[in-house]
Design a protein around this ligand. Structure first.
Ligand code: APR
Ligand code: ZN
Length: 359
């Protein structure tokens, strides 16, 4: 039996429950989770914004230590420190063999059947992981070995928010020195975008949130300007960019309204990167003339258009050598029992990342 955070139905209160996980089968590993972040995608599944099966063990952003390996496991040994990967590429499908492993046909499935509740009910685990738990049992492809000495608390964030945010800047948008950047939504993902944009040499990074309380977090992550999201947002952004709008805007909320704001705040010929994951019935309307005349590109960044097996260790090295500072991202270190309150905080738009630290 291990403790795990379980959502029983959409919109219901979250509870820590005792769950039973299977022993690792061939090609699977059991990982003792040491740190796990609270990400908005978990909230979106728990509250019904994204469709998910229940009961559902939440969590998909974590790092830990390999505790047991099944038969034929090649990639890791007991005792290895690893980051969990919620979209492990198969390396065989069309997308994987065409250099787009983030679009793998089998990667990123919303949930998988795994384990049982104490009453015997079969459980589902978020994104094949269910990482807000003392332990997970996952395929070996879903663990990425960390370089020696990488701090597990910060490494946990590499598995979702940071890889997503940094990848969106570097791999999707190709932000270059001197560029102007807008980031809407300053949670773990948006703040990672801010950090990466500055690291890429962006001259102007305008950080935007509905909550004024994000101002200091934005500055700590390297934003050059902070604006509160309102009707006058586009005007504010244009005022800071010679009347044109930004070269790149990153939508890190997952709503049509903020996608529209990002679109309007981008210069002619610039690009809008949708990083947030919104609801399937939340429609974005753009006029045909506007699409033509603005000459903007609208695209999304899925898992930072990254190959996690290659890029997570690189990011961990950057954390180790001090070139990537993730400390400003972690605003709350909590226990698993405190995770339901962290979800409520996230729903109110407070803080950056809450990280559950297991002893
Ligand atoms: N305008 C600006 N900011 C907004 C708005 C809005 N209309 N609505 C919400 N926000 C802000 C919140 O105040 C919060 O600071 O967006 C931020 C979202 O942060 P988190 O809830 O911490 O979410 P995060 O984990 O960063 O994920 C962001 O990326 O991966 C996806 O599913 C995820 O869609 C989610 C997005
Ligand atoms: Zn996530």
């Amino acid at each position: 039996m291990v403790k795990a955070l379980v959502a029983r139905a959409a919109g219901h209160a979250l509870h820590v429950e005792d769950i039973e996980l299977p022993a690792p089968g061939p090609g699977q590993v059991r990982v003792r989770v040491r740190a796990a972040g609270v990400c908005h995608s978990d909230l979106s599944m728990a509250n019904g914004t994204l469709t998910a099966p229940f009961p559902l063990v939440l969590g998909h952003e974590a790092a830990g230590v390999v505790a047991e390996i099944g038969a034929d496991v090649q990639r890791v040994a007991v005792g290895d420190h690893v980051v969990l990967n919620w979209s492990p590429p198969c390396r065989q499908c069309w997308f994987c063999s065409h250099g787009e492993p983030w679009l793998c046909e089998t990667g990123g499935t919303p949930a998988a059947r795994r384990g049982t509740a104490s009453d015997g009910t079969p459980l589902n685990v978020t994104l094949g992981l269910g990482a807000l738990a003392e332990e997970v049992v996952v395929p070996e492809a879903a663990v990425i070995p960390l370089p020696a000495g990488a701090p597990l608390e910060e490494s946990a964030l590499l598995g979702c928010a940071v890889l997503t945010g940094v990848g969106a800047v570097v791999n999707t948008a190709h932000v270059a020195a001197g560029d102007t950047v807008l980031v809407i939504g300053l949670g773990g993902v948006g703040l990672s975008v801010v950090t990466a944009a500055r690291a890429a040499g962006a001259e102007t990074v305008i950080a935007v949130d509905i909550s004024d309380a994000k101002r200091d977090l934005a500055a700590a992550a390297g934003a050059t300007h902070f604006l509160v999201s309102d009707e006058a947002l586009t005007k504010g952004v244009r005022g800071l960019t010679g009347g044109r709008g930004v070269d790149h805007s990153f939508e890190c909320v997952g709503r049509s309204a903020t996608i529209r704001s990002a679109w309007r705040s981008t210069r002619r010929g610039g690009q809008v990167i949708v990083v947030g994951m919104g609801a399937k019935d939340d429609m974005v309307t753009l006029s045909a003339l506007d699409i033509f005349h603005s000459a903007r590109t609208l695209r999304s960044a899925v898992y930072g258009n990254s190959d996690p097996d290659r890029e997570v260790p690189q990011l961990a090295e950057a954390v180790l050598d001090g070139s990537l500072d993730l400390k400003p991202l972690v605003t709350h270190r909590i226990t698993l029992a405190e995770a339901p309150a962290a979800f409520e905080r996230m729903a109110r738009g407070e803080g950056a990342r809450s990280v559950v630290v297991f002893d």
